[in-house]
Design a protein around this ligand. Structure first.
Ligand code: GTP
Ligand code: MG
Ligand code: ZN
Length: 376
C-alpha cells in the first residue's frame, strides 16, 4: 500500500532537462502512426467530465514488495504522464527531477482500468518505478480530479486528465464560427466543474464589432472571453495570464488555431500547424495526440487534436437546464415540474426568452442539444 513506503534506496537517474521537447516532438508523427487509436480519435467526439464513475475505482495499489525484491529497486517516483503512446506505453515526467521516462503500465493497473481504452492518459498523476536509466513501469494511477473524454463508436474514453480549465477555441472564420458548439462545450465544462474560457481566434478574419453581441453574451454570463490573433499577437498577453499557474486544455475544431496560439504564447514550443483545406475550409487534423506541455510562466497546457463534433456523452436531458447557467433562476416558473422548455405552455424559460432575459441564441442551442440527446 502507498502508506507502507518502501525503504528508500538511491536510484541513478540521468538528469535531463525537460527542454528536450524538440527531438521528442519530431517523433510525434511516427508515434501517432504507430498509434492508430490516436488517429481514430479524430473521428470521434468530445466531452468534459468531472469526477465521474471513472475516478471512483481508479486507484490501483499493487503488492509491490515482491516486485521490489525481484527488481532490486525500491523507490516509487511520483510522475506526470505527458502523453500516451498506444494503450500500454507513455512518456512520464518525474515530478521532482524533471527527468522524462518511457514507461509501460503494470498489467494489474491496466486490468483495473479496463473500462477505458487507455489506462493512462496525458495529465495522469502516477507512481512509477524505474527499471533502468530511461525506462520505468507505472505501478499506480492516482484518482482523476477531472477529465476530458471523447466518444468513439458509442464508447467514451478519456484523453486527458486533471485539468482546471478549458480554453474553447473558435475562429472568426476558416473554419466558420458555430455558436452552438461553444454552448455545447460550456455545458461540458459546467458538468465537469471545470472553468470554461472562450477564445475567439483569427480576429483578423472578421470584424470584431459584428461578433460583439456573441462575445458580450458569454461575458455577461460570467465566462472569461478573449479575442486573439495568433499571427499578430493580439490578445496573447491576456491568454498567457489566463494560463499562468493553471492546468488548461485547449479544445475546439480542427484548424481554429489551437497549436498556433500555443506557439504565440511560448514560441520555442514549435507546435506543428498547417493551413486549412482550401476546398472544405476545414482543418487538417494536424495535432494527433493530446500532450501535456509545461509553460515557462508556470502551469501546464494540453494541446488536443481538433474535434469534428461535440456530443454531451453523459448529460441527461433533465440536466441540461442546469448546465445552461442562466436558465436556472427561471425553471421555478414553469407550470409543469418536468417541463422540457420546448413546447409546454406557461414555461418559465420560454417566457424569459420572450422577455429578453435569456438570449434566443442560447435557447436555440438548448433546443438543439435536447434534440440531439433525444436522437441518441
Ligand atoms: N489569419 C489567421 N490565421 C491563423 C490564426 N491562428 C492560426 N491561423 C492559421 O490557421 C491554420 C490552422 O492552425 P493550427 O494551429 O494548426 O490549428 P489547430 O486548431 O491546432 O488544428 P488541429 O491541430 O488540426 O486541431 C494555420 O494555417 C494557422 O497559421 C489567426 O489568428 N489568424
Ligand atoms: Mg493543432
Ligand atoms: Zn419550462
Amino acid at each position: 500500500m502507498g502508506s507502507r513506503k518502501p525503504k528508500k534506496k538511491k536510484v541513478r537517474v540521468a538528469f535531463r532537462k525537460n527542454r528536450q521537447k524538440r527531438a521528442r516532438q519530431s517523433d510525434l508523427t511516427r508515434e501517432a502512426d504507430r498509434n492508430p487509436e490516436a488517429v481514430s480519435d479524430l473521428e470521434s467526439t468530445e466531452r468534459l467530465t468531472g469526477k465521474g464513475s471513472l475516478s471512483r475505482h481508479r486507484t490501483v495499489v499493487v503488492d509491490s514488495e515482491r516486485d521490489q525484491r525481484e527488481s532490486g529497486l525500491v523507490e516509487f517516483r511520483p510522475g506526470r504522464v505527458l502523453f500516451a503512446i498506444g494503450a500500454n506505453n507513455c512518456r512520464v515526467q518525474d515530478v521532482e527531477t524533471g527527468t522524462v521516462w518511457n514507461c509501460t503500465i503494470r498489467r494489474v493497473v491496466r486490468t483495473m482500468l479496463r473500462d477505458t481504452r487507455n489506462a493512462v492518459v496525458a495529465g495522469d498523476e502516477v507512481l512509477f518505478q524505474p527499471v533502468d536509466d530511461t525506462n520505468g513501469v507505472i505501478e499506480r494511477v492516482e484518482p482523476r480530479r477531472s477529465s476530458l473524454s471523447r466518444v468513439s463508436r458509442h464508447a467514451a474514453h478519456v484523453i486527458v486528465a486533471n485539468v482546471d480549465q478549458a480554453v474553447i477555441v473558435v475562429s472568426f472564420a476558416e473554419p466558420a464560427l458555430k455558436p452552438g458548439l461553444i454552448d455545447r462545450f460550456l455545458c461540458g465544462t459546467e458538468k465537469g466543474g471545470i472553468r470554461g474560457i472562450v477564445c475567439f481566434n483569427k480576429s483578423d478574419l472578421g470584424t470584431p464589432a459584428d461578433l460583439q453581441p456573441l462575445i458580450g453574451q458569454y461575458a455577461r454570463l460570467g465566462y472569461t472571453v478573449v479575442l486573439t490573433n495568433a499571427l499578430t499577437g493580439r490578445g496573447i498577453p491576456e491568454l498567457r495570464q489566463i494560463l499562468a499557474g493553471k492546468e488548461t486544455v485547449f479544445t475546439g475544431q480542427s484548424g481554429v488555431g489551437k497549436s498556433s496560439l500555443l506557439n504565440a504564447i511560448q514560441p520555442e514550443l514549435s507546435r506543428p500547424t498547417s493551413t486549412i483545406s482550401s476546398d472544405t475550409q476545414k482543418g487538417r487534423h494536424t495535432t494527433r495526440v493530446a500532450e501535456l506541455i509545461q509553460l515557462d510562466a508556470g502551469g501546464w497546457v494540453v494541446d488536443t487534436p481538433g474535434i469534428r463534433q461535440l456530443q454531451l456523452w453523459d448529460v441527461a436531458q433533465e440536466e441540461l437546464e442546469h448546465l445552461m447557467i442562466e436558465f436556472r433562476p427561471f425553471v421555478q416558473f414553469c407550470k409543469f415540474p418536468n417541463c422540457s422548455h420546448l413546447l409546454e405552455e406557461s414555461c418559465g424559460i420560454r417566457n424569459a426568452v420572450d422577455d429578453g432575459l435569456i438570449s434566443p441564441l442560447r435557447y436555440l442551442s438548448y433546443c438543439r442539444m435536447m434534440k440531439d440527446e433525444a436522437d441518441g
